[in-house]
Design a protein around this ligand. Structure first.
Ligand code: EZ4
Ligand code: CO
Length: 418
């Protein structure tokens, strides 16, 4: 056989840990997850998450057609070089599909490195900076009364920080309000559900919720709220101002952040802390927001933003302006992402908070993991690697089922941001 002339195929002083196989597993224990499994010639393997809600098959194709073929034979130890190869080597760089594919590889390689060395990923990163990762849960209800009761339930369960979303009078199927109070998943149908949005109704109603929550629960609990990209900068400024008396931990995604400069207007008018970035794929999406001090928390995470290898650069850059992390952690991020994020959160110096939407029992069974919840915090566990695996036999019992996220229209039919 001809000598492999690819630079990356040559080894350094350490014996290489060759990637001998990699494959994608799609499973739907209630919702779809895309998992990449990378196997080495030494028997040690790693798993990574590549789930992109409602667009799962696009990541599957990207991995199978363009990533896996170039991984075979490489030294799994060379995480940085493989990341640079997949990022710089893709002439069409960035975007949610490409960066999730890279993230899946990156998570699996950190998992392999940890297992090969017998240490948890947080140790590889530099060791723990804290005892437990503060998380926030999602309380939601159809109206103010139900939402208050849901917040009470989260407090009883030990949560110290709670996101509150409520139904808005006259608004059908508002974002963040679920039928099943324990598990929220917006991608429900094969075709996108159409929802209706009313900004005037929402702007009048939202402050009433947080007033009611402070009256009932006092000042100790941290409260968060997600606008889900629905407002203009001026409307967002109005909302931020009207919520100031209730001292939110953060107001999330007040307006789409495609134009990072737009946040200057919001910032000039309110001291309500701002969080943005669950749809960001790289530092470039957040650079202006961070260096102009237009946000307080960055919602990018190891799944959306290219794995640990890129996220730690994002966090280090953000730390220069005292912007803290607030990693996305909805149910469309598999337990593999949650596990990896918890190692990252345990290490990252400028940690803020971690979103935590519980997965269903069926999902947890498919993805056995070492992390656990106690008294409002998640703990990554000390298993080597990131500590999450996939039960392939069980995964095979839940075949892919097409589902898409909803869309939103204004009351007159105009397409809006969901
Ligand atoms: O709607 O991840 O803060 N969390 C969120 C999520 C997103 C979903 C979309 O797939 O905004 O609930
Ligand atoms: Co959000």
């Amino acid at each position: 056989m001809a000598e492999d002339v690819r630079i990356n195929a040559r080894s350094t002083g350490l014996p290489p840990l060759r990637i001998r196989a990699a494959r994608v597993i799609v499973t739907c224990p209630g919702r779809n997850f895309v998992t990449l499994k990378i196997e080495t010639d030494q028997g040690v393997y790693g798993v990574g998450d590549g789930t992109l809600n409602g667009r799962e098959k696009a990541v599957v194709a990207y991995l199978e057609d363009h990533v896996i073929p170039v991984l075979i034979g490489r030294d799994a130890r060379r995480i940085e070089d493989i990341w640079q190869y997949l990022y710089r080597g893709a002439y069409w760089r960035r975007g949610p599909v490409t960066m999730r594919a890279i993230a899946a590889v990156d998570m699996a390689l950190w998992d392999i490195k940890g297992k090969a060395l017998g240490v948890p990923v947080y140790d590889l990163l530099g060791g723990p900076s804290r005892d437990g990762v503060l998380v926030y849960g999602h309380a939601n209800g159809a109206d103010l009364e139900e939402t208050k009761d849901e917040v009470a339930r989260y407090l009883d369960a030990g949560y110290k920080a709670i996101r509150a979303q409520t139904g808005v009078p006259g608004v059908a199927k508002p974002y963040g309000v679920s039928r099943d109070k324990d598990f929220y998943e917006p991608a429900e149908d094969e075709l996108p559900v159409e929802t209706i949005w009313s900004t005037p109704q929402y702007l009048r109603h939202a402050p009433k919720l947080f007033d009611a929550l402070r009256v009932r629960f006092g000042d100790d609990v941290e409260l968060l709220h997600d606008v889900h990209h629905r407002l203009t900068p001026n409307e967002a400024a109005q909302l931020g101002k009207s919520l100031e008396p209730y001292r939110l931990f953060w107001l999330e995604d007040p307006t789409p952040a495609e134009n990072q400069e737009a946040f200057r207007l919001i910032r000039q008018h309110t001291t309500t802390p701002l969080a943005v970035g669950e749809v960001f794929n790289s530092l470039w999406d957040a650079k202006d927001l961070i260096q102009n001090q237009l946000i307080d928390y960055l919602r990018a995470t190891v799944l959306g933003a290219g794995g640990i290898t890129h996220m730690r650069r994002v966090a280090d850059f953000a730390s220069l302006w005292q912007v803290r992390t607030g990693c996305h952690g909805a149910t469309d991020l598999s337990p593999i992402t949650m596990a990896t994020a918890l190692h990252f959160d345990t290490w990252v110096p400028n940690f803020g908070i971690q979103e935590y939407m519980r997965h269903t029992e069926a999902t947890d069974a498919v993805f056995p993991h070492a992390y656990w919840f106690e008294a409002g915090r998640l703990h990554p566990g000390d298993a080597p690697g990131h500590g999450c695996d996939i039960d392939e036999a069980l995964a095979a019992k839940y075949p892919y089922a097409p589902k898409q996220l909803p869309v939103a229209r204004l009351e007159d039919g105009t397409m809006w941001n969901w």
